[in-house]
Design a protein around this ligand. Structure first.
Ligand SMILES: CC(C)(COP(=O)(O)OP(=O)(O)OC[C@H]1O[C@@H](n2cnc3c(N)ncnc32)[C@H](O)[C@@H]1OP(=O)(O)O)[C@@H](O)C(=O)NCCC(=O)NCCS
Length: 84
């Protein structure tokens, strides 16, 4: 996949219903991005199911941009600044 060189890290996130909508998703991904940045990883990508409109809205809201769209889903990516 052409975007993997620039986004070598891949993410899955699934919060239980009672943990959703309270900022945990953003906080967990921010923590992951910080850690990846310290390790020199330049980007993060994931794929959301095409009908998962809530997740798609969430990823856009927290700064991911669309890399690819297929009948099966939408792949999003986010560059990561190196952290020293
Ligand atoms: C998708 C998921 C990870 C989001 O985590 P969350 O803790 O619920 O989201 P947060 O509370 O951190 O929301 C962060 C921002 O995204 C927005 N957002 C979150 N869910 C949203 C939705 N369904 N529709 C629109 N915006 C949404 C929030 O309003 C918030 O915006 P703000 O910065 O203006 O406050 C979580 O709901 C989840 O695990 N869902 C079920 C499993 C799933 O779909 N996983 C993803 C598979 S690809």
């Amino acid at each position: 996949m052409p975007f993997v060189d620039e986004h070598p890290a891949h993410l899955h996130i699934d919060l239980l219903p009672e943990a959703q909508g309270s900022g945990w998703g953003r906080a967990l991904i921010d923590a992951l991005v910080q850690d990846l940045g310290r390790r020199g990883i330049p980007g993060l990508q994931l794929t959301a199911g095409g009908t998962n409109t809530g997740a798609i809205a969430f990823y856009r809201r927290i700064g991911f941009t669309e890399l690819r769209r297929t009948p099966g889903g939408v792949t999003f990516g986010r560059p990561i600044a190196a952290v020293r």
